[in-house]
Design a protein around this ligand. Structure first.
Ligand code: HEM
Length: 623
């Protein structure tokens, strides 16, 4: 323990996450607890397994016993080596290990693990022995070792019949040879659907999915292959089961890079893993809770400004952008933008708009670097870079450790973190950390205005729980209706409405061939509208997120923050910030959408309201 690392706790946390189930399933977050080269040795199996392979085994076990629970019956350690004795119990209602048909029996399994932790508190090796044979005997799949030969034959015959009557689910990994071509729109000669995608990405994806189903292929010029997949099982395959063969799509990443460089959002592999670990503490629960006063104060200042300047109508989008930028700078970077919020927010918007134009250009044209739009981008990026450079220099001059994101990045200098890396991570937060939250606020306010009964219910909850004082983080657990409203707004209008990956091996999704190097698009916006998984998908019904109902939802049918190892690290901040800001602004104002304004979503990297969100601001007497 001289290193200060509590090795036993490391192992207990690993077990907690590995064997967590249902909504709380944290299996995908194990990468945060493991060294990149972690190895897993299962029983007498000669092959050493990687973390994703270990996760796949755990998943298979959980499929066989979805209510699985475990108890630690013994735990000893010698320095960084820890041994634990475990007892598992669960009902056999799925195919055990992906093979043995359900018997509905309660099954138990005992297991020993020997874990080696490295000097940074990460799991480096796991050795595992269990009484798997005993488990199979209990499931009636194999006879006991000392069984009479007749019983052996009978058990084998019974197993065969049961397997024939209840075959295991068809493995997702159907052979690419057997798979079929995905259906899709025909497009125009030579350019394919390029012009449609450039004109209206949201509409083109939506129509194609409605017409062709859950795996759609879009014809494009040359050898470029683009697919949309829109079924929770296929999405899970991409983001979780086969995540190692689905890195970020280099074509899309290449379009983000001129602005964000090589940061958390664009990187893959070891570098991404390292950056994520570095940033993680900034997004932890207790830290996020400490941001609450800043969030409420910033929203209060906005309400006061509206009142002082007698603002009667606004386009809510830029207003929320500035507010969210202010909050992310003050919390994650402990930096005050002073009077520069609007200037920086506008520059970031110009850069994102330029990225978007490049993302939607599915047919490359020559000479785009000479356009006025490109020159505007270069100027805006220079402004952002100048600001970030100042931020870094000021912190270097005054290095008092604030333990915020900037301090963590700068103190990682010794581990190969250059100023350019620091700049890229800051700009990554500019890309992902505030436009998203701002847009989620814009859409929520527009939905409230369009559904007065829901707004009244939110207000009733606020006055009962908060009353006349400013809202505080301690109110959040009791503002359950507000939480549901926000979750429902994120369902209907997820700001990150699409994301893409590119397989490095041929694969099959939904029985369709996906050649390596294709671009595979996933759209939370469309998944959240899938009629197989949502009743009245277009309706605004916050009650569907009442706890009991929400847990019955397939995991990957709802993913505004993505899922899997690249789950948004800022989700904890957004889910905390947005309800506080909504509550604070509702305490002072009623926001009324301009009558007749169509809230049409359009893609601008993120999901924007076309034509802005014009709102009348009606001040409340006691606000
Ligand atoms: C409502 C607000 C937000 C939404 C809907 C959202 C959504 C997402 C989604 C879907 C991704 C995955 C993108 C992909 O894999 O292609 C993502 C990644 C990311 N988000 Fe968020 N986000 C929000 C707020 C935030 C905040 C507040 C921060 C930081 C302050 C943040 C930082 C990031 C970063 C750094 C990544 C890249 C993570 C990685 O690839 O490992 N996000 N976000």
């Amino acid at each position: 323990m001289s290193s200060g690392i509590d090795y036993q706790r490391c192992v207990l946390e690993f077990l907690r996450r590995a064997w967590s189930i249902g909504e709380q399933d944290l299996l995908n977050t194990l990468d945060e607890l493991c060294a990149p080269e972690a190895s897993f040795h299962i029983g007498s199996h000669p092959q050493t397994r990687t973390l994703p392979e270990f996760q796949r085994l755990v998943r298979l076990v959980k499929q066989g016993q979805p209510d699985l629970s475990y108890r630690v019956e013994g735990l000893i350690s010698a320095g960084p080596e820890v041994v634990a004795r475990l007892a598992f119990r669960g009902t056999h209602t799925g195919h055990l290990a992906g093979l043995v048909p359900p018997t509905r029996r309660g099954l138990t399994l005992t297991e020993m693990i020997h874990v080696v932790i490295d000097d940074q508190g990460r799991l480096r090796e796991l050795w595992h022995e269990s009484d798997f044979h005993g488990l199979l005997v209990a499931a009636g799949a194999v006879p006991p070792l000392d069984a009479h030969p007749l019983r052996q034959v009978l058990t084998a015959a019974r197993s065969l019949v049961r397997s024939a009557l209840s075959p295991p689910p068809v493995p997702a990994e159907l052979s690419p040879v057997l798979a079929r071509e995905a259906p899709g729109p025909r497009g125009y000669p030579v350019v394919g659907v390029g012009p449609d995608l450039a004109r209206d990405l949201v509409g083109t994806f939506t129509r194609a999915w409605r017409e062709h189903g859950d795996v759609v292929r879009f014809p494009l010029p040359g050898s470029r292959r683009l697919f949309l997949v829109n079924h929770p099982d296929h999405v899970r395959q991409v983001l979780e089961y086969k995540q190692p063969i689905y890195p970020k799509d280099p074509l899309s990443v290449g379009k983000f890079e001129p602005f964000v460089g090589n940061g958390l959002f664009t990187s893959n592999g070891e570098f991404h893993f390292r950056q994520r670990r570095l940033a993680q503490p900034v997004f932890k629960g207790a830290r996020v809770a400490s941001y609450a006063p800043v969030m409420v104060t910033a929203a209060g200042e906005l309400a006061h400004r509206w009142r002082d300047e007698r603002v009667e109508t606004v386009d809510l989008t830029p207003e929320m952008m500035r507010l969210a930028l202010d909050i992310v700078m003050r919390t994650v970077f402990s930096a005050d933008l002073g009077g520069r919020t609007a200037e920086i927010a506008d520059a970031v918007r110009t850069c994102n708009a330029h990225t978007n134009a490049r993302l939607q250009r599915f047919v490359e044209l020559p000479g785009t670097r000479l356009t006025p739009a490109h020159r505007r981008f270069v100027a805006a990026r220079a402004l952002v870079d100048g600001f970030v450079h100042d931020l870094i220099q000021r912190r270097r001059r005054d290095p008092a450790d604030r333990d915020d994101m900037l301090s963590r990045l700068l103190s990682a200098g010794g581990r190969g973190m250059t100023d350019q890396h620091v700049r890229d991570e800051i700009v990554t937060i500019f890309l992902g950390g505030y436009e998203t939250t701002a847009l989620s606020l814009v859409w929520t306010f527009s939905l409230l205005s369009r559904h007065p009964a829901v707004e009244d219910a939110v207000r009733a909850e606020l006055s009962e729980i908060v009353g006349g004082r400013p809202v505080a983080d301690s109110d959040l657990p009791r503002l359950s209706y507000l939480r549901m409203v926000y979750q429902e707004a994120l369902r209907l209008y997820p700001p990150v409405w699409t994301m893409s990956r590119s397989p490095i091996e041929d694969d099959v999704l939904g029985g369709c061939r996906i050649p390596r190097g294709s671009q595979v698009f996933i759209s939370p916006y469309l998944l959240h509208r899938h009629p197989e998984f949502w009743d009245n998908p277009e309706g605004f019904q916050p009650e569907r997120f009442a706890r009991q109902r929400a847990t019955q939802q397939p995991l990957y049918s709802y993913m505004p923050f993505s899922r899997g190892p690249r789950l948004c690290p800022g989700a904890s901040i957004a889910l905390f910030e947005a309800p506080l800001v909504i509550a604070r602004l509702l305490q002072s104002y009623r926001l009324q959408l301009r009558p007749g304004h169509l809230c049409t979503p359009t893609s601008n990297v993120f999901l924007y309201p076309e034509g802005g969100m014009p709102m009348a601001l009606v001040p409340l007497k006691d606000g």
